[in-house]
Design a protein around this ligand. Sequence first.
Ligand code: PEP
Ligand code: MN
Length: 341
Amino acid sequence: MSAMIIVMRPDAEPGDAEAVVERLRAIDCEAHLSEGRFRTVIGAIGDRERIQQIPWEAMPGVEKAVPVLKPFKFVSRDFQEEDTVIDVRGVPLGRPDRFVAIAGPCAVESRDQLFRTAEAVKKAGASILRGDAFKPRTSPYSFQGLGEEGLQLLAEAREEFDMPFVAEVLDPRDVELVESYADVLRVGTRNMANFTLLQEVGRQSKPVQLKRGFTATIEEWLNAAEYIYKEGNHEIVLVERGIRTFETASRNTLDITAVPLVRGLSHLPIVVDPSHAGGKRELVVPLALAGVAAGADAIMVDVHPTPDTALVDGAQALLPSDFAELMAAVAEVAAAVGRSV
Ligand code: PEP
Ligand code: MN
């Protein structure tokens, strides 16, 4: 197997790229077309010898043909130079001049809890709501989420507060159900290498948030994104949520280095989740601001009206008033790196 990027000239005729795609298909190669603002790029994957036999650069409209040596192909910057910007019901994720805040409870527990949180985070400046109906718990005896009832409540909150929402999908058998309600599907850290689930969300039409596995390297994470992309879903958002290290003073270690690294390696938007990274309320604000400063496109923050009674992750949840303070600081740091909230 090998991969090649075929870059078309800016002045190529409309039929030139199609001719390249047809030629690729004729030799049983997979071809993905990416139409950028200035030029069209075609990504090809297939048998090395067959791809290399054809003098691509001699075809009309072709500027160059370059082999992709990285293990992940289509999600790499080599394939697409321009940033991917995802429109989540009017909220642009990945636009270099915008910063997006995603916030809400870790788990949906009740209408009252969800609505109080959604109202507060919206007022403080969040534009996407988070809240889960299916929770991946370490213990099988812990609260597992409200299931479809939780999704219904999230859909009601979306209407009430005019906020799209993201929710986790744990099981390939639930993908259709979650997709029928949520605006963005999330694959959690424990499922980053669940390739069946990745393929399933890759066949859907809603954007997918892909959390980094807590023991995954950046390369493994981008390979997981490649699984989704390859199935046809190109709207992928990467979420750095901390990795497991020798350090036990925090829940995980936020790998802030991953933000600029991923920015260079991939065209996909990147989000920082300071809540699951630190696991402690007092760490959320500094980690969130570090994420903004490092160039993340968004933060995703756990907020709960009464963290002491939260069924999941209360120790890391911010009170709505703390979140409002955080947002004021986020706006300042975002402005310093050329983004408006
Ligand atoms: C979450 O965002 O609620 C969650 C379960 O996160 P993670 O998969 O990063 O642990
Ligand atoms: Mn959580």
